[in-house]
Design a protein around this ligand. Sequence first.
Ligand code: GFB
Length: 308
Amino acid sequence: MVGSAIVRALQQSADVNLVSATRDQLDLTDSKRVGEFLNDNNITQVFLAAAKVGGIQANNQFPADFIHQNLMIEANVIHSAHVAGIDKLLFLGSSCIYPKLAPQPIQEEHLLTGYLEPTNEPYAIAKIAGIKLCESYNRQYGRDYRSVMPTNLYGPEDNFNLESSHVIPALIRKFHDAKSRDDKSVTIWGTGTPRREFLHVDDMAAACVYVMGLPTSRWNEVTEPMRAHLNVGCGEDISILELAQLVKRVVGFDGDILLDTSKPDGTPRKLLCIDRIKATGWEPTIDLEPGLSATYEWFLSHSMRLRT
Ligand code: GFB
């Protein structure tokens, strides 16, 4: 989802020559192939958006896959970029790197100040390792490897599989299916009280291109004193029950919303402080309701392909 959005954003610049590979063409867990790819293609900048990702249940069920695949991808791409002499790289992390009970809104400085949320700790540890890889190649070799920490993302090309998806695609699919079947209710997971912040993936892609383009002096200034990572979010959060009511309205479902409290809530709140990136001049542009409507439109036009 994020990779395609970054490609769409980069395609708007005439002076960018994009080099990309599909998963079938290049397995990022294969260090030899990654090394050859980065070495042989005359690459000057790397956007590392690829990751093994999933919602709360997938993270909880497959912790080994989440930590192993993400560590492999990051270590291979970041190290091989350095070996290939590539000076600029942008690594995408996640807001789950921060402690479960971090003060809200969460500032960049809160990294490694407390325990992580157990449902996604292995994924979060891998993402923290990615930030530290970038920081270490900068310290030891003078590279300019930057990291951005997105809040929960949504939009076109999301995963709509109910077992492995994040909450927004799950709710779009649940309400759409319930409407098609004329069901009386839709069941959502947990207590509905956790709060999440959501950013449309096109805003995230714009932020990635923008951050990659910041002059080094400006990046250093805005990320002081860590010079490691920048949060990217929309600055507002909403409870899961409120989100469900919004998706219900966007999809046009008339029935009730039920709660399955046997499912985990995850972290109680995850709102990023975006003061630092805003100070550089970047702003999100897509509000949640129109963003959800556009994502539902995308789902409708791709629903045959998404029937899994
Ligand atoms: O988006 P989500 O799966 O991930 O769930 P996290 C967010 C909240 O929505 C949780 C609730 O409180 C879920 O219990 N929820 C309600 C649902 N109904 C549903 C549903 O039908 N499906 C899903 N998936 N959730 C993930 C991390 O955490 O966030 C990842 O596990 C990553 O590592 C990602 O960081 C951004 O926000 O809880």
